[in-house]
Ligand binder design. Structure first.
Ligand code: CTP
Length: 369
């Protein structure tokens, strides 16, 4: 939990910690006092209305790790310590991250309580598989810090994309020359993964189709992996009809070897590869578009806006994000967001900031429909 508090403070959040009497046997109050920069609450000694004041103050309430005992007490509306009483007084988004021995976690009484809480709108951050405190291996390990932070951010965002299905493609395709060699590009997948995070935080049901990537995968998002441009075309078409917003960020190779060698090519003096054009996935989606909002990317060495505008029309897009070539694989992001009506220039130090900006523009355009 220490680094969760540290990370949340880094992004500007204020953090207050409530500890159950049981938890103080494992971690000292001082640790959390130092990390949060605030007094840690364990009882009503200093404030008889601590439960009300804490409940009114918080925008999001995360209990991690949440024992099955605390979880079950919350499900039954029991307030027998400061933590459970504060939950009773709290009306905002509640996130419970259970951690327990597998048998205890799977206990039917606990599972019933989890269902009860879910039905009431409480978010249960599923535990992971791993070595548990009891030294057994199984399901019951507290969710990773990365997932806990992601859930807090999810809870803090307005759900402007609630009920919408957002399909995002990203990463590089590989076009195989032989079983171990291929044609590909520098795409890291970071932009697409950042867009997926933001879309999830805004309440969308997000599906990602990713080629090869080096960026860290976004937590809690369904990612389907593909290898070649043909796989990308097939998988994207499968999802297209059932999507509301489609963002095609994948760096699909434009050419592939006309034939792929079945075994590793032996070294020789000269080797000539004949290449053929791959299908343009985005153009195919543009042809089939019914109600979907279609967003493309354009990577250009020159005449950025003009060339991107031409792609916007040719591929029947609603929006295109035009980037100069130096952004591929880089941390920063700059370029233009182009629609039929407007051109917005942008420059950000990170792909994450840029993803926010793009999703804001996507939302703006989508809400005008
Ligand atoms: N794209 C695609 N299928 C391809 C090539 C590109 O779906 N075979 C998509 C990309 O995901 C991107 C958009 O089309 O959203 C533009 O990609 P870009 O590489 O900039 O342009 P191309 O259409 O390939 O044209 P060119 O390389 O000539 O600039």
């Amino acid at each position: 939990m220490a680094s969760v508090i540290r990370e949340l403070r880094k992004i500007g959040a204020q953090v207050r910690v409530v500890m159950t009497p049981f938890s103080t046997q494992f971690v000292g109050k001082l640790t959390f006092e130092t990390l949060s920069g605030n007094e840690v609450f364990t009882d009503w000694d200093k404030d008889p209305l601590a439960h009300i004041n804490l409940a009114r103050w918080a925008n999001v309430f995360l209990i991690a790790p949440c024992t099955v005992n605390t979880l079950s007490k919350i499900a039954l509306g029991i307030g027998d310590n400061l933590l459970t009483t504060t939950v009773l007084a709290y009306k905002g988004p509640l996130l419970l991250a259970p951690a327990a021995n597998t048998v205890m976690y799977k206990n039917p009484a606990v599972q019933e309580n989890i269902e009860k809480l879910r039905d009431r709108g409480v978010s249960i951050i599923e535990p992971e598989w791993g070595i548990l405190a009891c030294e057994e291996e199984g399901e019951g390990k507290l969710a990773s810090e990365k997932r806990l932070i992601d859930w807090v951010l999810w809870a803090l965002h307005p759900k402007s994309l609630e009920g919408k299905k957002v399909l995002i493609t990203c990463g590089a395709t590989r076009e195989y020359i032989d079983p171990v060699r291929f044609i590909s590009n520098e795409s890291s997948g970071e932009m697409g993964f950042s867009l997926a995070k933001v879309a999830r935080w805004l309440g969308a049901e997000v599906r990602v189709i990713a080629g090869f990537t080096t960026a860290e995968e976004p937590p809690e998002v369904h990612i389907r992996r593909v290898r070649t441009s043909e796989d990308m075309l097939r998988e994207t078409l499968k999802e297209f009809e059932d999507s509301d917003i489609v963002i095609m960020n994948a760096a699909v190779a434009d050419y592939r070897p006309k034939s792929t060698y079945g075994s590793k090519i032996k070294k020789r003096e000269h080797l000539t590869l004949e290449l053929e054009k791959t299908s343009d996935v985005l153009e195919e989606l543009g042809k089939r578009k019914k109600g979907q909002m279609l967003v493309g990317f354009a990577l250009e060495s020159e005449q950025l806006v003009e060339n991107a505008r031409e792609k916007l029309r040719r591929k029947n897009l609603d929006m295109i994000v035009a980037n100069p070539v130096d952004v591929m694989g880089a941390g920063h992001h700059r370029g233009y967001i182009i629609t039929e009506e407007a051109v917005h220039e942008f420059e950000f130090d990170s792909k994450m900031e840029s993803a926010y900006n793009i999703m804001e523009r996507v939302l703006e355009l989508y809400s005008k429909r």
